[in-house]
Design a protein around this ligand. Sequence first.
Ligand code: M6R
Length: 615
Amino acid sequence: MCGIVAYMGNKDAYPIIIKGLQRLEYRGYDSAGVVLYDGQDVHLSKTKGKVEDLKNKAEASINTVGKLGLGHTRWATHGIPNDINSHPHYSNSGDLVIIHNGIIENYETLKKALQERGYVFESDTDTEVLVNLIEEVKKKEGVKLGKAVQIALNQVVGAYAIAVFDKTKPDEIVVAKLGSPLAIGIGEDEYFIASDASPFIEFTNNAVYLEDEEMAIVRRGKEIKLRKIKDDAIAYPTIQELQLNIEEIEKGGYDHFMLKEIYEQPRAIMDTYRGRLRTEQGIIKMAGIDQNLDKFLNANRIIIVACGTSWHAGLVAEYTFEDLARIPVEVEYASEFRYRNPVITENDVLIAISQSGETADTLAAIKMAKEKGAFVFGVCNVVGSSIARETHAGAYTHAGPEIGVASTKAFTTQITILTMIALKLAKEKGVFSESRFHEYLTELEAIPPKVEKALESNVLIEQIAEVYKDSANCLYLGRGYNFPVALEGALKLKEISYIHAEGYPAAEMKHGPIALIDDQMPVVVIATRKGHYEKVISNIQEIKSRHGKIIAVVFEGDEMVQALADHVIEVPETIEPLSPLLTTIPLQLLSYHIALMRGCNVDQPRNLAKSVTVE
Ligand code: M6R
């Protein structure tokens, strides 16, 4: 939700900021802005639209010279996306300028008080309130910018990652963080500030990640000074060496990040189990589980919390944990769980799943579960993310950066790691024999080449997409392990192609959705030979009798469904608990091609953002 970038050093700030904003566009892309200090004065340009629109506008209208600057790409919360509501925002005097990612929840009260004291506001944003609050504190208390930021933030309720500077003292940028991510890249005589490390990865491998409630004064030619916002205590920066490389955040020859990420899945799944799956030795090594085995083995139940695609991975895990390890599981939407006063005890284990590790609802659910004494385990992709830091222990998926807003490799790698945890617990509990355990490990190792094989259906899927690209609705059906895959397939289609799509357990169809079926309705059915196969075939017959169009995802060599369906997409055969890793692939490709044919922005679908750091 919004990306921020700032630069202070000896290079031209403008190209660094624009490129950085383009890399952060996954965080929000409804408007963008940049401000530059040219040694004399500041020059601001902002616009509704993408970073590309900003680039065109800025280069035509302002002097883009300067060694210090701030940039912002927005996902609107307060105020519609338009030029005025775009960041950066000036204070009333025009001296202070700010960029902000987050939400100031008490902004109405603060705004009213400032208005009573003569402040005027041109935008509808909470951010303009914050910069004026800082200005007022600075003037009233006669303090420096850093102190003013600190006093102002202590009056604020909400979440923020901010960078602010004073054009009358243009050798420092003050930054602060609570609930939204903020990294400071440290180069030679230069500093980069950004929502993540991608804007500065080609310039430096050294970065400091601010903790919540920390602020820093970043001065030209000086070391960074960190402080706690609440009590002014000095904090000591830990400089981390970044592992990210530039290829990972570029498209690498693909037209879209989503397509690249779909094709990366064989490698990503392998990276998830690499070093953990030791088939020869008959073990799964996972430090976060090994060190807390008693917590899992003695748990009354496992509660899984997540949102969106990660929630769907959680649903798959419900099947694996219960089916394989015989541990009771509940899967909850983090947003509902946190507000419904759930019963949580010290004997519960909560698993939070999140690609970004920044999802506000999931983070809040974790904090609540911790307060109630539960042991909290995180499954995240982004290393060092807020959720990874907030949980007691965890396991990274190691999928690599996922930039397309629609989650693809995040989903399959989450399923991989959760399946490994279930298998490990099944073995430790004695539910699995050595030979069965070995069989599962061997089959898991065989998944990456099978995903490669599944990807070979791309051309066929493109042809199917051509037939259904103008559909108004689409149904997705699956049973057992493939019911969550149906939900995920429907989510992928609706979020990037804007076709209304619903996922259902196949047997539920007769309780309502069957009324929707006519000769205009495509129905995607996951009908693998393992698990309720005959029953799904009956569901297919029911759809056919009502003239629905059937696109079936089956295991290779299937003949029964072949005879019934309008289109058949084959994936290699595997054991049922691992089938979601393969059946998901054609559904990702189908939504990709349909969205592309409808002229949609596949990587940046409307109204969405990659990490949802607001409630
Ligand atoms: O980063 P997270 O996994 O916590 O994100 C959760 C959802 O916001 C995310 O999965 C969202 O639903 C995706 N756009 C789905 O493709």
